[in-house]
Design a binder for this molecule. Structure first.
Ligand code: KIV
Length: 282
């Protein structure tokens, strides 16, 4: 009997893993014990690995600027760079929902600009949704995109594109500032977003917002009570150097592993150990 139960459980798990994740499927996970999992990816290889492991959402974040492209922050990232990386992620993905981040100044000028750029980004990258930063200030923009069938993931709290206003990457919504964040999250929901990222907010506030909203919240540095979680893949893998915010859990130390491989290679080439007979043609 136990064997049969295990088998049925496994089939369901496998189905969950293999199911094509759509915007309505993510939306319906609100309040479910089955937490939404989201990671960033910027290329086909990483996307393929995550997809095979059953990740729900792959976000091509504008964090590509700081993780891969060597920019000091996300401000310089362009629409072309976002499309380029998202096309690769889409090619590597079978089941996860791929979300493309709208970079700084690709939507802030107004509704027409946002519609034109979001439309182009969806058409050229084949992503399933866009993400943009902002709360009440972006309500009309989010609504305008949703009205033309472009699904939008919101993003409130610490919004890295506002780095210069915030004066650094600081926890948002502490004390009296909490009400501002609640109003921002409610505005994103009212505008029609299908989910919202809560970045760097006190866990109690994230819990309160999650309880108030009918759409899923996806937390990063927002505690365990959100409907889902997201991390930047390079942070999780230990590939982001000294950048170690409190909310990042390093599951691997890949920087050291890569350095080890490179060191060994240099050493073996210099000593004439590589290539040996096994790695040469006759
Ligand atoms: O750009 C990004 O990677 C993000 C996540 C941190 C949510 O916006």
């Amino acid at each position: 009997m136990n064997g049969l139960l295990n088998c049925v459980q496994e089939v369901f798990l496998l189905r969950g893993k293999m199911e094509k994740k759509t915007v309505p499927i993510i939306r319906e996970r609100k309040g479910s014990d089955d937490k939404i999992t989201m990671l960033t990816a910027y290329d086909a290889i990483f996307a393929g690995i995550m997809d095979e492991e059953g990740i729900d959402i792959i976000l091509v974040g504008d964090s590509v600027g700081t993780t891969l492209l060597g920019y000091p922050n996300t401000i310089p990232v362009t629409i072309e760079e976002m499309i380029h990386h998202t096309k690769a992620v889409v090619r590597g993905t079978k089941n996860a929902l791929v979300v493309i981040d709208m970079p700084f100044m690709s939507y802030q000028e107004g509704i027409e600009q946002a519609r034109r750029n979001a439309g182009r980004m969806m058409k050229q990258s084949l992503a399933g949704a866009v993400k943009l930063e902002g709360g009440r200030n972006m309500k009309d923009t989010i609504k305008a995109l949703v009205d033309i069938d472009i699904p939008v993931m919101g993003h409130v709290g610490l919004t890295p594109q506002s780095i210069h206003r915030m004066g650094g990457y600081k926890v948002q919504g502490k004390g009296k500032d909490a009400e501002r964040l609640i109003q921002d999250a409610l505005a994103v929901e009212e505008a029609g977003a299908f989910s919202v990222v809560l970045e760097c907010v006190p866990r109690e506030l994230a819990k309160e917002i999650t309880g108030m909203l009918k759409i899923p919240t996806i937390g990063i540095g927002a505690g365990p009570d959100c409907d889902g979680q997201v991390l930047v893949i390079y942070d999780l893998l230990g590939l982001s150097g000294e950048f170690r915010p409190k909310f990042v859990k390093r599951y691997l130390d890949m920087k050291e592993e890569i350095a080890k491989g490179v060191r060994l290679y240099i050493d073996e080439v210099k000593k004439g150990i590589f290539p040996d007979d096994n790695h040469s043609f006759h």
